[in-house]
Design a protein around this ligand. Structure first.
Ligand code: FAD
Length: 432
């Protein structure tokens, strides 16, 4: 058996590990266009903030490939997949045959098409090279404009402000983190950022980047000009579908993968940010571009590729971040999407909790300031339990989990034996 993996990040590495776990001898070939292996993208903002060094970004030891007998082709771009001959072609023109193939090519930032985007000082952050280029460019206290108010924009803006740069966020929508938060939660985050010196401009787009070789300013759609020596574009990501475009592999937003992470073509699997799979909250397929999701999908793909049938249960969106000491978690569907949905809220000084139910089932939550019970909320969402009888408990900061014991007992069939035993013991002990 010859396994080929395209991608050397969360999904690719966890697939290699899973294959090796089941199959100790067969050949595993892994291709990645990056030169630095096994680092976590999630930690890049900490690297930019100088909280972590490059070495601290590794999520597996550097001898991972040797230890797992994986042949790693670093800095090698795969240009073509040929399902008819069961082979892939790398940019040097060589063909590599496979018996089982995993596509784990991840995602790439959406680039803005505005005049001046090619000037020095305009950055996106997806990989270590981007982060290193940005760090080399930093001169304190350079004013920086971040275009986009999503998670990456906020993380990078926060990191740069910790390094003493003057940060302005320019956001097209009416609030920051609009995909994750509602207006109340977003306002708390915005206030915290503004208190700590990050300016937030909402409802505006940048239309031009001005300067000579280097960025000197940006122009907004209302004509306002903002001086800055650096621009960071954080406008979301898109699955890397380029190599499947010439194949009959089925795609929607991402590559459609079934509950064993198989594509529609035999012996070709997909996992991670490039894959579109079942979303437990929306109850349809979705791309949930998240590190733990990519890791789990890679693991399930690897096990199935190696012949150990394993079902992927599905995922939902879940993000957490800390903004100058204000913890924020968002999961699943965070606002009512029509009939059948109910929203419940609790708020106070610098805290906000909201849960969203659909037909009595918990499908989403936002926690700001008080993030206790996030783990339990996740469990309730995964198990699709009817939580309408415990809403006050879920909204409160009370931690007496014994209040959930009857709910777990009534739904024993939804838990494995081990889960049921552990939960009932833990919840019963919480009473004491
Ligand atoms: C700054 C930043 C912060 C983030 N913060 C969070 C967070 O807080 N929480 C969270 O859950 N997620 C976060 N993410 C997202 C998370 O990093 C991704 O969900 C995760 O990396 C996806 O893993 P993946 O293996 O699917 O793909 P990727 O990590 O995108 O890796 C893709 C791999 O494929 C390779 N590749 C692609 N095309 C080719 C090709 N043609 N030939 C060869 N190799 C190829 C690349 O070299 C790479 O190794 C963050 C991302 C960034 C950039």
């Amino acid at each position: 058996m010859r396994y080929v993996i395209i991608g050397g990040s969360a999904a690719g590495i966890s697939a290699a590990e899973a294959i090796r776990f089941v199959d100790p001898t067969s050949e595993i070939q892994l291709f990645t266009w990056e030169h630095t292996p096994v680092y976590s993208r999630v930690l890049l903002s900490y690297y930019i903030a100088e909280i972590l060094s490059k070495e601290q970004l590794h999520f597996r030891p550097l001898d991972f490939f040797k230890e797992n007998r994986v042949t790693a082709h670093l800095g090698q771009k795969v240009e073509k997949i040929s399902p008819e001959t069961k082979s892939i072609r790398t940019e040097d023109g060589r063909d590599h045959p496979y018996d089982r193939l995993l596509i784990a090519t991840g995602a790439w930032p959406n680039l803005m098409d505005i005049p001046g985007k090619e000037k020095k000082g305009v950055f996106v952050v997806r990989n270590l090279e981007h982060a290193q280029a940005m760090v080399r460019h930093l001169v304190k206290p350079t004013p920086v404009c971040i275009l986009g108010g999503g998670l990456i924009g906020i993380r990078i803006g926060y990191a740069l402000s910790l390094r003493g740069l003057k940060v302005k966020l320019i956001i097209a929508s009416d609030r920051i983190l609009s995909q994750m938060l509602d207006l109340e939660a977003s306002t708390l985050v915005r206030e915290r950022m503004q208190e700590r010196g990050i300016d937030v401009i909402t409802g505006r787009n940048a239309v031009k980047i001005l300067g000579g070789e280097f960025v000197e300013s940006i122009v907004l759609d209302n004509g306002e000009k903002i001086d800055c020596q650096m621009v960071v574009v954080g406008k979301g990501v898109e699955p890397n579908l380029e190599i499947v475009s010439s194949t009959s592999i089925k795609t929607a937003e991402g590559i459609l993968a079934d509950e064993r992470m198989r594509t529609n073509l035999p012996d070709i699997y997909a996992a991670g940010d490039v894959a579109e799979t079942y979303d437990l909250c929306w109850e349809r397929t979705n791309v949930n571009a998240l590190w733990p999701v990519a890791f789990e999908q890679g693991r399930v793909a690897g096990l199935n590729m190696a012949g150990r049938e394993t079902k992927y249960e599905g995922s939902f969106r879940m993000n957490s971040l800390d903004v100058f000491g204000l913890p924020v978690i968002s999961m699943g569907i965070t606002r009512s999407e029509g009939p059948g949905y109910q929203e419940f809220r609790a708020s106070g000084k610098e805290m906000y909790r909201k849960i969203v139910l659909k037909g009595g089932r918990l499908v989403g939550a936002i926690l700001v300031g008080q993030v206790q019970k996030a783990g339990v909320l996740t469990m309730l969402m995964r198990k699709k339990l009817d939580v309408s009888g415990v809403v006050p408990f879920l909204l409160s900061k009370r931690l007496n989990f014994a209040e959930l014991l009857p709910l777990v007992k009534q739904n024993q069939e939804k838990f494995t034996e081990v889960e049921y035993r552990e939960l009932t013991q833990r919840f019963a002990a919480s009473k004491a």
